[in-house]
Design a protein around this ligand. Structure first.
Ligand code: PLP
Length: 388
């Protein structure tokens, strides 16, 4: 008999009851150290007091009002995002997937308005942009698309990190945009070297192609800068944000330059819940906390600690792990044994990490994790690897 929850996920054998900071308590009373943070969603950990306060204050005031009206909480977050980034304008969604849908629509409308036949979007093997029709067509991985055809047309896929292939593809006259994650998350924590992102921006400028960055997983402080592209010193035309921006509340956004968004006039897009007051009140508080130099420098320091500890772990268990890769507090442990075997042992030791493609285990802890919790987490992983 089919379970009452549609079984599209491989569920772990425990039920999560509550969370606080980097810790989760199971229904059976066990306490787990959460090094996954809801797959990079709980940027400030679970039940951060400032977020609870912001949410509670907004909940007592206004939960929802149609986007037909002005929403002060939404305006405040949009202003803050514009202030902190390259963007001139923001459209809110409920998720990264919806942000992808809008980014694709925006790029296509841009070229349509110009009367140019440039509807093709270049995307990359191993990438992930959500599981909607545009998302799976953009990701183009067999695992996600099998059985769901015909796919949305107009995407062309390139190998990851192959600059020559990219240069050749960009020169095609029907190409209008490139969609890329600065650090591939689901694909196995594969950062694009800063030089490559710079080179990509140059190629986009050379060919007049729009650069769309998917910072759904790597944005909002995760790499130790507010957004990952800041490391390369370049800016996109369009950026997708979600996960961390809502701190656990469903929130996504598309940020764009005035030029890139120029086709998105009245009636071109909409969302009932996107940018609702509750999500935006939390999002604004997340931004107030994360977009702070001292906070981000602390993230970079802790990222160094975690990386070093993981390199020690790899050295201690060369039969289990091959290496560490990633950026900031977005790190991947490449495994030599099946990553699911390590994951199961990690569960036994009360520590949560997240599987990814390419036989990688992801560590995406709360940005607020302490040095002691990092040491505790790596000690638990050490015991888990030792038990294999
Ligand atoms: N883009 C990236 C890079 C992601 O990692 C994800 C989710 O994992 C998505 C898009 C889809 O976001 P959501 O699950 O919020 O729809």
């Amino acid at each position: 008999m089919i379970p009452s929850v549609l079984p599209t996920y491989n569920r772990a054998p425990f039920a999560v009851d509550r969370g606080e900071g980097s810790w989760l308590w199971m229904e059976d009373g066990r306490r787990f150290l959460d090094l996954g943070a809801g797959i990079a969603v709980n940027a400030l950990g679970h039940a951060h007091p400032a977020l609870v306060e912001a949410l509670t204050a907004q909940a007592g005031k206004l939960w929802h009002v149609s986007n037909l009206y002005q929403i002060p909480a939404q305006q405040a977050l949009a202003d803050r995002l514009v202030e902190e980034t390259f963007a001139d304008t923001v459209f809110f969604t409920n998720s990264g997937t919806e942000a992808c849908e809008l980014a694709v629509k925006m790029a296509r409308k841009y070229w349509d308005d110009k009367g140019a036949d440039r509807k093709v979007i270049l995307a990359f093997e191993g990438s992930f942009h959500g599981r909607s029709s545009a998302g799976i067509a953009a990701a183009g991985s067999e695992k996600m698309t099998a059985g769901f055809g015909p796919l949305l047309p107009g995407f062309r896929h390139l190998p990851w990190g192959d600059h020559d292939a990219l240069r050749a593809a960009m020169a095609e006259p029907d190409v209008g945009a490139v969609l890329i994650e600065p650090v591939q998350g689901e694909g196995g924590i594969r950062p694009l070297p800063d030089q490559c992102l710079k080179g990509l921006r140059d190629l986009c400028d050379e060919h007049g192609v729009l650069l769309i960055l998917d910072e759904v997983q790597c944005g909002v402080g995760r790499t130790g800068r507010l957004f990952a592209h800041e490391w390369a010193g370049v800016t996109p035309d369009i950026m997708m944000v979600a996960k961390g921006i809502g701190g656990g509340f469903p929130l996504g956004a598309v940020l764009a330059t005035e030029e890139a968004a120029s086709g998105m006039g009245k009636g071109t897009h909409g969302s009932t819940y996107g940018g609702n007051p509750l999500a935006c009140a939390v999002g604004l508080k997340v931004m107030e906390i994360v977009a702070d130099d001292a906070f981000l420098s602390d993230v970079r320091r802790k990222a160094g600690t975690l990386r070093q500890a993981l390199e020690g772990l790899v050295a201690s268990h060369p039969d289990v792990f091959e290496g560490v890769r990633g950026s900031g507090l977005m790190l991947g442990l490449k495994c030599r044994v099946p990553n699911t075997d390590v994951l199961t042992r990690a569960y036994d030791e009360g520590v949560l990490v997240v599987p990814a493609a390419d036989n990688v285990l992801r560590l995406l802890p709360a940005l607020t994790i302490s040095e002691e919790e990092i040491a505790e987490g790596v000690a638990r992983l050490d015991r888990a690897a030792g038990a294999l």
